[in-house]
Design a protein around this ligand. Structure first.
Ligand code: 5GP
Length: 212
């Protein structure tokens, strides 16, 4: 028997996950709750050119930057991916992602489908997860309930969500987040991440020495 069995087969690098879903589907609540349960995971903090919403804090939900700063950083290849969403820009700073993966931490990016597809092209091993509400009505109720958007913004978000939902076949997993059932959704996220960690291919791939 190989005495170093555990050492040799331990996952060296973290795995990369993308969580997308319509605005109001509950993806932030699910990711935050997951990270509370598994604090070893790094939940990426994006940069955005949109203004902070009431209750949001610099460095927690986002880093808030100007369009000029965004443009400059995008040109310097500072982002792992970036996209224009609802007339504003959003980007994932690359350095903390690579560093966390190298240090063995799983990383979750909470980003839109345009960003998810960019990441998939660059890093085909990424696992894409889509959070769906159980109905469009639930989605509308959730967005209206948080009282942070104007009617025009609500309609924009609902329209975009309906379009997005038609294209979920590029994703690897779907979590249906029913109102009041967040615990189940968080458990499903944990099951997906746990299963990916246990895949034979994941373990063998890491022997190749590629972080991602
Ligand atoms: P919100 O303004 O409601 O916080 O986010 C709007 C949308 O932008 C959401 O779908 C959210 O997942 C997405 N988003 C947030 N950060 C990023 C990012 O860094 N990159 C991309 N592509 N989308 C992002």
């Amino acid at each position: 028997m190989n005495e170093n069995f555990e050492k040799e087969f331990e996952l060296k690098y973290g795995l990369l996950f993308v969580v997308s879903g319509p605005s109001g589907a509950g993806k932030s609540a699910i990711c935050r709750s997951y990270v509370n349960r598994f604090p070893d995971t790094y939940l990426s903090v994006s940069e955005t050119t949109r203004a902070p919403r009431k209750g949001e804090k610099e460095g927690r939900e986002y880093f808030y930057i100007s369009e000029e700063e965004f443009e400059e950083r995008r040109n310097k290849d500072y982002y792992l991916e970036c996209a224009g969403v609802y007339t504003k820009h959003y980007g994932t700073p690359k350095a903390p992602i690579i560093e966390n993966l190298q240090n063995g931490h799983n990383v979750i990016l909470e980003i839109d489908p345009q960003g998810a597809m960019q990441v998939k092209q660059t890093y085909p091993k990424v696992v894409l997860i889509y959070i769906l509400p159980n109905s469009i009505k639930t989605l509308e109720d959730q967005i209206r309930g948080r009282k942070t958007e104007t009617e025009e913004q609500i309609q924009l978000r609902l329209g975009k969500s309906k379009e997005e939902i038609k294209n979920i076949s590029s994703y690897d997993y779907i979590i249906i987040n029913k109102p009041g059932r967040i615990t189940k959704s968080v458990s499903q996220l944990a099951s997906i991440i746990g299963a990916e960690e246990c895949k034979v291919k994941t373990i063998l791939d890491q022997d190749k020495g590629e972080v991602i």
